[in-house]
Design a protein around this ligand. Sequence first.
Ligand code: FCB
Length: 454
Amino acid sequence: MTNAEIDLDPRALAGRFPPGFAWGFGTSAYQIEGAATEDGRGPSVWDTFARVPGAIADGQTGDVACDHYHRYREDLELMAGIGATTYRFSVSWSRVLPDGTGRVNERGLAFYDRLVDATLAAGLKPILNLFHWDLPQALQDQGGFANPRVIGWFTDYAALVASRLNDRVSDWMTFNEPAVYAILGHADGIHAPGLRDWPTALRVADNQLQAHATASAAIRSEVKDARIGIAFDVNHIAPAADTDRDRRAAAQWSSARDAWYLDPLFGRGYPQLGLEAHRAAGHLEGVELSDPPPGDLDYLGLNFYRRDAVSARSDLAFDWEIGPRPGTEQTQMGWEIAPDGLRDVLLALHREYAPREIVITENGAAYPDTVAVDGRVHDDRRVSYLARHIAAAGEALAAGVPLTGYHVWSLLDNFEWSLGYTRRFGLVHVDYANQRRTLKDSAAWYGRLIAAGR
Ligand code: FCB
């Protein structure tokens, strides 16, 4: 699909989705909350990592971020004003359990009480994500997600939050993008905790799969009629060139990364191709994999951003280059724009795994937005990105994919991990000097889409 072929008129797009389809926003705690040391919050691995010289592009931290901890009411009003029906946010584990386990921080829990109450009062349904990468530092000091004890720590944390909010929150998510956490944080070293060791990354993945199962059981025992999901990022993986070598590399990467989680979650254990690739690359040396239990999933959350083209440098597993194809349209992240990839990923997930429901839990684009002299933010490229992806989601829906919701990443410009504040994903612009929020043109466009669908 090109720009010209897709109708940016939100009314035409809205008609492709059934009434009751959820239109929302996604955010995460460390990226927006700030108040890093307030009301008894303990440090997380991101507080530590952000202080490593050179780790963050602009040398910044999430100490203040969007100051959402104090401005959440205003932010909820913005979402309600746009017309959103759902709000997916995450809880900061070290805000409620400063040491990760044991001592409960009542003031931290009280914040999420207020946040959930305000979300409901704004007419939005909360979707609560328990883990968006900000592991308490106290637990990292004991090995973090590579230590099998994390299964118990995470389960106790899930039970604590669930027991507190069970009367108001029905939609729960255990993890956001567990593969990004495992690989970027433990094999590539570019995210917290900054390790570079594949065997550790695969231990982390194994423990995440175990922890998903035990935490789900804990949530179910606390929350009547809980709906449990996980947000997994599946981008469109494709061979860079139409050669046997690149095709094989793309298949291996997809198996060693995506199917590595999805196959176990859907009851199939680890995938053969991925096992072979990891073994060949030496990633499994000294690793004892468990037989991960099937995931308990009412819905699968899909985070989708781009196409990853895989080009093999040799026949060796993991001797690959992964990125955009040269000359393609890309966002400021250098991510190849691929709405057809979203449609194809949705179709493939439905065909391969048949989840009961799929919810798009993240989709969006970074561009270098500025407030224009007329006081507005003219982010036409983001509108085009969103329109094309929403149209692609509509095609998948028409083809029978049980898609029930779509969440833009993100409400606000925010702390974009190792890129700091240099990338703006929000539909609302944030001036970090004074925390002023300005709705971008894309926010108005999204509002018209939602209104037209009512
Ligand atoms: C996803 C993350 C989210 C945000 C977007 C751009 O991988 O889940 O926090 O950084 O990318």
